[in-house]
Design a protein around this ligand. Sequence first.
Ligand code: PLP
Length: 440
Amino acid sequence: MAIPTTGDMTPNPRAESSYLLKPNLSTNYPVVDRGEGPYLFDTAGRRYFDGSSGAMTANLGHGLKEIADQMAAQASTVAFTFRNQFSNVAAEELARKLCQLAPGDLDRAFFVNSGSEASEYAIRMSIHYWKERGQPNRTKILGRLTSYHGMTMGALSISGHAGRRPDYGPLLHDFASVPPAYCYRCPFGLEPDGCATECADAWETAIAAHGADNVAAVIAEPIVGAAGGVLVPPPGYFRRLREICDRHDILLIADEVITGIGRTGTWFASATEGIVPDLLLLAKGMSAGYTPMAAVLVGQRIVDVIAQGSGSVPFGHTFSANPLSASICASVIDYIEHNDVLDNVNARGAELRDGLAALSQRHACMVDVRGRGLLWGFELVRDRASRRLFDAALNAAGELVAACLDHGLVVYPAGIAPLNNAIIVAPPLIVTTEQVGELL
Ligand code: PLP
């Protein structure tokens, strides 16, 4: 058969204006062609304030020349090596930076390409660890009902996010059963002043129900993002969870895909309570959206067991530890360090908190402004006194997000599925006081 030359090719008769498959087939998404600081610009010339950093990802805003220059320099040096054949200078350097910033004995880093893959890797690593210790029955990874750890089947099995689980029944486990740390709607019916972190003790109940000898690890986000609309646990929650894990000799995985690398005003949100998880997941903010990359920081305690056992970690991906992505992430960390970005997060975060609290006073349906650093959420209620929610059919958060977009502001819909009752406001960490004012 003759291979057609370009001249022989007739245009596709079904040619569409866009061949990109979008999440909502009936929506005309603005087509972005440029970004600068916290702003995005579309091909129609409209400007958008990126008030949620996309999905809490574009943490340094858009179009940073320092990062672009580093990207070009690394691409012209070496852009790919395969992890089973080589290490590479850029990945070694990124691992060194991360492990030196991380608390305790989180002294090794493995690199993957997305938050979901980081969850998958942590699942495998936990199970591998117990196999190496001669306890192959420990295969369960317990999680919380309002939690999200990724879209792949393993990650979804340990996520409670009800809106993202249906349809995949036979492929998923029900490992997420622990009630959330959700003070505004406490699952134990308590108010913050009468609370003894019963939500943390609930982990122990779940561990007992599954049998500690079957549990490899537990996973939790220090602050829940999309699955709850920024749920900050009561003080002491993570210290208690760490104690419970230690008592039952169970690994603790901190999912810092949203909170890690400065979003909450410290490098790692789990450090707020002084705890050291056994595995720590990073993604979005680690690359600030300049490349798809994620990491799993692994405690030396785990590495030692493997070193004394099989000596191998037989899982990973083709693009693991990609040198181009690694050098971009390293330059993100450098930028944060050299430009006092964490100080900016705390100062601008306080301004944003105060501004949102003032708005909440003016709008009866906007309640429970909650968050830390530059990660803020609030809830939408039909009735403030009873905390009654809008009907799910109204899609209150979706409507508000769409209205904001019409006015050139990007915010993120979140909350307990299917209600979508919360909004996340999380601008890039480099915003100025004036820009916080504009956003508000
Ligand atoms: N973990 C958390 C806490 C997340 O918020 C997300 C995504 O929103 C993920 C994991 C999955 O990350 P990704 O979408 O990069 O696969």
